[in-house]
Design a protein around this ligand. Structure first.
Ligand SMILES: Cc1cc2nc3c(=O)[nH]c(=O)nc-3n(C[C@H](O)[C@H](O)[C@H](O)COP(=O)(O)O)c2cc1C
Length: 351
């Protein structure tokens, strides 16, 4: 169930998903308009729902920063996924800008790659001549969610597959969509091995548990247990179990099955493995996720073989690619999942 629309009792930390297009301040100042765009930016996915981003608005410019205090040192020691997450938020921001007829110019890392400032977007009250994103993605921003349910084995037809494929048609990037059972099962083995390595590591489990919330959480970040299919009562014990017990066997068996069962595995890779490529990976991934949402296709990550350093080259050679795998996900049809919380706009804006 997605909490949207007429649900009057909507929890405060889920209310962000209620953003209404009609509330765009058409007659407002440019700053008010840009502030409204942030409502869409923050709906982006992020590793462990850390929402590792900050924004500042100055007249017609939005600066997008990574928030390094929200890092995940164990699963993401290089902050690679943090920059990908910021890229996802940037994509939502630009998709919303295009929808409200605002043109923009982007300047990446104006202070160099070591600075927290990822990009400055300068906006104009004039449409882009050539929009970057298909217009129909906007409606999916408030619907997209990571869906960890079981997927039907029903195939995704060729026409839909092509629509997903073109999302990553950018120089320096590639999207491999795997449907052939033998290759899927080899990738699934790497995912299962990744689970064993990660879940046997106490520090990994401690970090993961610190971002898992019970199902009635009022927190604006982290992952409620319902996102993993854990029922309400058990959800109070979720973080304790994850932290205390090595459930790597169970997890690896589950993920192997989910990967094999899904009609499609997607791997998004980039020619370079630097911060700019990570941000661009995020933008392209968000495009894929929103396109999938538009087509009624669900997705969930299985990034383990990319996150575990010794498995990443194995995935690369299995796929016979030169590029660096950045994100691995399954795609398919499933019952809807639920949205996760977001922090307040005032918590993610700085002067
Ligand atoms: C870069 C990145 C890496 C992620 N890695 C994983 C992952 O390995 N496993 C997983 O289940 N979810 C993963 N997620 C999904 C997040 O947990 C999810 O986006 C977050 O909890 C917010 O939920 P939502 O996507 O439904 O809005 C990842 C998301 C991003 C952006």
């Amino acid at each position: 169930m997605i909490l949207r629309g007429t649900d009057r009792n909507i929890a405060k930390n889920l209310a962000h998903w209620e953003v209404k297009e009609k509330d765009f301040p058409k007659a407002g100042t440019i700053e008010e308009k840009l502030m409204f765009l942030l409502r869409y930016a923050i709906l982006a996915p992020s590793g462990h729902n850390t929402q590792p981003w900050k924004f500042s608005i100055r007249t017609n410019k939005i600066s997008v920063y990574v928030d390094r205090t929200r890092n995940l040192p164990v699963v993401d020691p290089d902050n690679r996924e943090m920059y990908i997450s910021a890229g996802c938020a940037l994509a939502n921001l630009l998709i919303a800008a295009e929808h409200f007829y605002l043109g923009y110019k982007l300047d990446y890392f104006p202070k160099g790659e070591e600075d927290e400032l990822v990009a400055v977007a300068e906006f104009f009250v004039e449409e882009l001549e050539k929009p970057e994103f298909p217009e129909n993605l906007f409606a999916s921003v408030i619907l997209r969610h990571t869906n960890r349910n079981e997927y039907e084995t029903r195939a995704i037809n060729e026409e839909r597959l092509q629509k997903l494929k073109v999302c990553a048609d950018e120089k320096g990037f590639r999207l491999d969509l795997i449907k052939e059972p033998q290759t899927k099962s080899e990738v699934a083995e790497l995912i299962a091995r990744g689970d064993v390595i990660q879940m046997s590591n106490k520090a990994f489990r401690k970090e993961l548990a610190s971002w898992i919330r019970h199902n009635w959480t009022k927190s604006g970040d982290g992952m409620p247990c319902y996102a993993f299919g854990i029922p309400d009562v058990l959800s109070f014990l979720g973080p304790f179990f994850i932290k205390s017990f090595n459930m790597s066997k169970l997890q690896s068996e589950k993920d192997r099955r989910l990967a094999n069962q899904a009609p499609l595995l997607g791997i998004l890779s980039s020619a370079k493995d630097d911060k700019l490529s990570w941000v661009e990976t995020g933008i392209l991934f968000e495009k894929i996720a929103l396109t999938a949402t538009n087509l009624g296709i669900q997705y969930a990550f299985l990034n383990q073989p990319i996150e575990v350093p010794e498995l990443r080259p194995k995935l690369k050679s299995l796929l016979k690619i030169e590029e660096f795998p950045q994100l691995l996900f399954r795609l398919g049809y499933a019952k809807q999942g639920r949205h996760t919380p977001r922090r307040l706009i005032r918590e993610v804006t700085v002067q």
